[in-house]
Design a protein around this ligand. Sequence first.
Ligand SMILES: [Zn+2]
Length: 257
Amino acid sequence: MINFSGVVIGINELDEKGRFLKILTEKRGVLEIFSRGAKKPTSKNNPSTELFAYAEFCVNDQSGRLYLDSSKPLHIFEYLRTDLKALSLAVYCAEILLFCSETHCDDKCSSNPEILHLMLRTLHYIDSGKRSLPLCKSVFELRLCSLIGFMPALIGCRECLKYDGDNNEMYFLAKSGILMCEQCFDENFTETDTDFILSPALLHTIRHICLSDNEKYFAFKISEKIQNELSLISETYLFLHMNLYKNFKPLLYYNSL
Ligand SMILES: [Zn+2]
């Protein structure tokens, strides 16, 4: 028997009675588990095997395949089930994690318990409505990049090490993940569509998301204008570094609502 806690981030319905679950765990990355009979309303495993259920699972390993034996729900995100836009954002985050686990990021995802904590915090803020959906999306995108090895270099200008551009704007080069003050940028580069100009407030926000302690990275509020700029940067940064394209279906669906 193997015991662990995790959140269900993917479900394939196999037949009338069975489910194939993808569960994001703390130390084992994403595990694939077959659950017999979980769809029956009377099944004791039913509540823990719904999408985005956070639960304790006990599984059997039979020749390398994992079968669910028992489970106990730890938290069910109720509101997600009633709001399509909120649900579609949760699905987007889950699909990013599944993509991550199926590609080169897998080792870093498996060994870092903070990935599960990030997903749980993101679900909590989506579900509770305590943060706007665009803010939840941006924090998830930037923080995930930081956790899987794509932390941008945010300390200061890469050339002259200036911390904040003397309260002027700084350039953020999303492709290389570096900052440049205006002067160094003008001397070295021509602007492309993956370079962004950051106001001091926007730079402060990005630093907060990427560099704060685990308890704090959702603890801020920003204006709608800054949020709009942040949304573009966080999405561009994630997609560039994970080699995703803008036709990623969960993103298209979220944006269509
Ligand atoms: Zn500089």
